[in-house]
Design a protein around this ligand. Sequence first.
Ligand code: FAD
Length: 302
Amino acid sequence: MITAPLVRKIRKRGFLGDLRESEPLSRHLYLKTGGLAALFAIPESTEDIIELLEFLKLEGVPWVLLGGGTNVVFANGGYPGCVVRLGRRFARMKVEDGSVLLTGAAATLTGAIEASAAYGLAGMECLAGIPGTVGGAVFMNAGTREGEISDVIREVRVFDGEDIHWLPAEKLGFSYRSSNLPETHIILEARLGLALSTEEEVRSRIQVLKEKRKETQPSGLPSAGCWFRNPEGDSAGRLIDEAGMKGVRVGNAQVSEVHANFLVNLGGATTADFLTLAEKVRGTVHKRFGVMLQEEVRVIHE
Ligand SMILES: Cc1cc2nc3c(=O)[nH]c(=O)nc-3n(C[C@H](O)[C@H](O)[C@H](O)COP(=O)(O)OP(=O)(O)OC[C@H]3O[C@@H](n4cnc5c(N)ncnc54)[C@H](O)[C@@H]3O)c2cc1C
């Protein structure tokens, strides 16, 4: 479907970003699994995005958007269409009116938190240590027990396939680890309303939360964060742990010994290993507690 002439045509339309054919997805996914993306596009301007998506639509090529790749797996170990990831020009940040952080969607969440601390602005500390981009965090409504990104989002600028416009937070339908943004909408930037504080105070809160994270989450091994959503009023990690699944393996995919809701890559595990392991976990938890766990990780089928 993706051929060299097709790629040449995209360049001819004036696409200025990076275009890569047969790109290994493991380079872009935290879990380090993957196969190949037939095409991998890194637009560097809104014109790039508009041109690219118009062209892909015309040619009937499917596409999918990737942020930092921290919460995504490709079910079939690859993608036959175009994987789109916003380029560095979508990672700019500035402070407006003293306490509003305007940040590009491709900025890392860590970078945005670092900027908020440097300006002595409070409100994002609860997100410290969550990997990925601002765009992915908004789409997933990333958060911890201490708070979620939706607590500070004022509005986001999105491309909806036709127009670019600002959407206020109330229109984003935020709930536990989700928003109501269709997968065909691309968040370009976000305005976050923060509170005036001091750099010292913000940094000290970040430090405390990072330490806590270190104690409770596995570090050093590739994972996709929590694999399953917490069922209402319960914890997926507790259920998996009590079902005796810690340490269980399929190939080199393993239920973490540290946090049972993290599936980790011990080295060279495939997406199929992870999906089989996840089914095993789901089946065991269902048998034991009658609870059917749902994925938090985005599994892309194509
Ligand atoms: C070690 C580890 C720890 C983690 N801890 C936490 C945690 O404590 N709390 C938590 O909530 N999550 C956690 N996660 C999960 C993950 O980091 C978050 O969900 C993160 O916000 C996803 O951001 P991303 O940029 O990596 O998005 P990706 O994983 O690349 O994509 C996730 C979804 O967002 C969409 N998306 C990405 N960018 C955009 C955009 N610009 N516009 C529209 N849609 C977009 C994608 O299409 C996809 O559907 C953890 C993950 C890991 C690996």
